[in-house]
Design a binder for this molecule. Sequence first.
Ligand SMILES: [Zn+2]
Ligand SMILES: [Zn+2]
Length: 256
Amino acid sequence: MLFSDYHNHPQGHRDLPYTQEVLEPWANYAKKVNLKDVALTDHGRYHPGINLDEFFKFRDNVKDIRFKIGIEIDNDPETSEKDYKWIEKNYDKLDFVLGSVHFIDEWPFDHPQHKERYSEWDIDKLYARYFDEIKKLVNKGFLDGLAHLDLIKIFGHRPKKEITTFVKDVLNLIKEKGLTIEMSTAGWRKPVNELYPQHEIVLLIKELGIPITTASDAHAAKDLGHSYDRLYELLKKYSFNQVAVFNNHKIKLLPI
Ligand SMILES: [Zn+2]
Ligand SMILES: [Zn+2]
């Protein structure tokens, strides 16, 4: 069975300071859905609220579940510079750094209120640009894994060219850097209604032997391990037999 969830947001979508009250529900729900290894990965832009001492206190009080501390860093044009500085400063205390692309220039393309801007783009150019941004992010360093690798499909816009033509280079780069890619059930809760990443990309990941993490991208504790039975079935169909977990950026592959 699946036991690890490596993409979670106790802060939700705001700079909520970590306290025991904020973190405790995550332990309670994780227990409920039988998770054993859970990484908290709040958004880089809200790092002022990530109080590491509060996290360590929380972690040391939880029994039967290993909580890890991480962050989701992205290409936010306004905050990412400061976010990277915070990561640099705290790198040794963190277990896991997750990388995402949420912006094309100033455009937060995954935000429902800004989705009309897809019509301004030639879709193949947009896909090419999106995956270039992923490459840039990977080359900046610090990452242990990539989140929702094909997020650009969130509202169902598909490229005219084969998706594989856009991702081959990116996957080779990820492989070369020794990073992981998450299998995220969040896509099933979005308009596209499909796993991140899509079938053709998963096949390439499998072929290249890139290790995977499993993730819900929960922004509320009740979404921890969301649709994990469905994900487990699917991973078995692809013949994945291991998932990655992290301890102070050190990867460990465990059987599922
Ligand atoms: Zn994200
Ligand atoms: Zn996220």
